[in-house]
Design a protein around this ligand. Structure first.
Ligand code: HEM
Length: 446
């Protein structure tokens, strides 16, 4: 049983570095760019296999990833870490460095190659994994699928999918919302990108996606495992993608837009967990903040749009769903006084950047976002620059539609006394109990 749990943990968690949270106590307090590593860490060759230390550190990091990153960010704007999947990397914690990297000329950093390193099960030749002119071309081709025009045309559909889902939520009993939201966000992304499909077709697509994204595939980055042949993670990933393509081919061809099954797989992967996680955190925070709910909802049950925006923006500042936005320099580059070699993996952490220069940064306080646009340097849940999330308008629409409908229908209460801790699931930072809430139906008179 124990072994089984370890296996699952390793496969699902890309992090595994004993350095995170363990810099020497003698480190200079004046925020050096890179605090010195311990001798043990320096001796370990890049890409060396995980030992018990690494495994223990990996489990510790999975249990409380942000606390450990924050511990380091107090001392340095950039610090070393190690991911079980991607190997050595540098974590970027400051607004200035994040801005410098995200808005650098396109030829300076590769993002697609870096994405492939942290998510090796992403197919090649997709928007997420391409770089340079092919990336720009693909982005232009895909933009209409997720742009404002498409959203305007489908917002009624999104509304009705959410309404059907909420009809199935049962009041009074505590239940974790995240699994339900994952299904909901997949359903919405599918409807927006390829059109509405019936329940049976959706079931096929969902199973195909699950097969393609089996956690074992996360180990595809390790070339050493290729020697396992048909049992290797690379082969398992390829089989999963073939099954997904076969499920997709069974849908009527005229419904599927002119994109490959790999591209659709990558889009659904990019949009499902991220959006579901953001909605779950928003509901968890609102369940503990009746004053904000009262400010949002008037007596007739109408939502104040400015407050709704503020809640969405504050949720994404405090709980950005992705722990990492990655880049790798193509040439040596000077960052914060250090020369970073080409190919080094840089991980910008939106949660650390979103805490910088904010009073009581760990407090959920939507009022601080009220009536203003989020600061583009400090608020980067969707990344930035030319690679900014293509699905951001869809994600923001989903967040607002779901929050509006949930609050209009239910009074939400937390199922536990303390806010759920954050855990790492792949590269998403999710509430550890899946966002447990207790719902009560609102009286109709509101
Ligand atoms: C709250 C929900 C979401 C969050 C927090 C999020 C976050 C991100 C982040 C941080 C990036 C990397 C940006 C960079 O490298 O600078 C990204 C890229 C991307 N996201 Fe999202 N995302 C969300 C929802 C979605 C949705 C719903 C879709 C589509 C269905 C989507 C599609 C994409 C695509 C295609 C890219 C790659 C863009 C490119 O490389 O040009 N995302 N997202």
């Amino acid at each position: 049983m124990l072994i089984r749990r370890f296996k699952i943990t390793i496969a699902r968690n890309e992090w595994g570095d004993c350095q995170i949270g363990e810099s020497p106590e003698t480190a200079d307090q004046s925020k050096p760019t890179m605090p010195p590593c311990s001798a043990k860490h320096q001796q370990r060759a890049p890409g060396a296999g995980p030992g018990w230390d690494t495994l223990r550190a990996s489990l510790r990091f999975e249990r409380d990833p942000l606390a450990q990153l924050r511990h380091h960010a107090r001392r340095a704007d950039m610090f070393p870490a190690r991911s079980l999947v991607a190997g050595r990397l540098r974590v970027i914690a400051s607004r200035e460095l994040a801005r410098e990297i995200l808005h650098a000329p396109l030829e300076q950093y590769a993002a697609g190659a870096a994405n492939s390193r942290i998510l090796p099960l992403l197919p090649e030749n997709t928007l997420l994994t391409l770089d340079g002119p092919p990336h720009l071309r693909r982005r232009r081709e895909l933009s209409p699928l997720l742009g404002h025009g498409r959203l305007q045309a489908t917002v009624g559909t999104i509304d009705s999918i959410v309404s059907q889902e909420l009809d199935t939520w049962s009041p009074e009993l505590p239940f974790p919302v995240l699994p339900r939201l994952r299904r909901l966000t997949l359903r919405i992304a599918t409807a927006v990108i390829i059109g509405e499909i019936d329940g049976a077709e959706f079931g096929l697509l969902e199973r195909g996606l699950d097969a393609a994204l089996k956690p074992y595939g996360m180990l595809s980055g390790s070339s050493a495992l290729r020697m396992l042949g048909p049992a290797s993670p690379q082969a398992a990933s390829a089989r999963g993608r073939e099954r997904f393509a076969a499920h997709l081919a069974r849908l009527a061809a005229d419904r599927v837009p002119p994109i490959s099954s790999d591209e659709l797989l990558a889009l659904l992967l990019a949009g499902q967990d991220t959006t579901a996680t953001a909605i779950a955190w928003a509901l968890l925070e609102l369940a503990r903040d009746p004053l904000s709910v009262r400010a949002m909802l008037d007596q007739s049950g109408q939502l104040d749009e400015a407050w709704l925006d503020a809640v969405v923006h504050e949720t994404l500042r405090l709980h950005p769903p992705l722990i990492d936005i990655v880049r790798q320099p193509r040439e040596p580059v000077e960052l914060g006084g250090e020369v970073v070699p080409p190919g080094a993996l840089l991980m910008i952490c939106p949660a650390l950047v979103g805490h910088a220069r904010i009073q009581n940064p760990q407090r959920f306080d939507p009022a601080r976002m009220l009536g203003r646009r989020p600061d583009p340097d400090g608020w980067i849940p969707f990344g930035g620059g030319a690679r900014r999330c293509l699905g951001a308008p869809l994600a923001l629409t989903e967040l607002k539609v779901v929050l509006r409908q949930v609050l209009q229908r239910f009074v939400i209460k937390p199922a536990r006394p303390a806010l759920e801790q954050a855990r790492l699931r792949g590269t998403a930072v999710v509430p550890v109990h899946g966002g447990e809430l207790v719902l009560t139906r609102r009286a109709r008179s509101r």
